[in-house]
Design a protein around this ligand. Structure first.
Ligand SMILES: [Zn+2]
Length: 77
């Protein structure tokens, strides 16, 4: 029995080197994962949080309100 650390750091046991070679071959032939979709740039005014703190109408502190720049989406187009 052969124990090998795989690419994720897990210890994987194989019964023979032939089994290990077959596993390597399967990894080499596998389709690569597609790249992740591009992220929309986050809003610089609210730092992507989609809301900002604005003075409360009653004058007692700050309350969260939708960002006026990105209209509450957190991203810019
Ligand atoms: Zn914003």
């Amino acid at each position: 029995m052969i124990a090998v650390l795989d690419t994720t750091g897990l210890l994987v046991a194989y019964h023979s080197w032939e089994e290990w070679r077959e596993d390597r071959r399967r990894d080499a032939l596998a389709e690569p994962l597609p790249p992740p979709p591009p992220l929309a740039p986050s809003c610089g005014h609210c730092w992507g949080q989609a809301r900002i703190f604005a003075p409360a109408r009653n004058g007692e502190g700050l309350v969260p309100s939708p960002c006026p720049v990105c209209e509450g989406t957190g991203t810019v187009r």
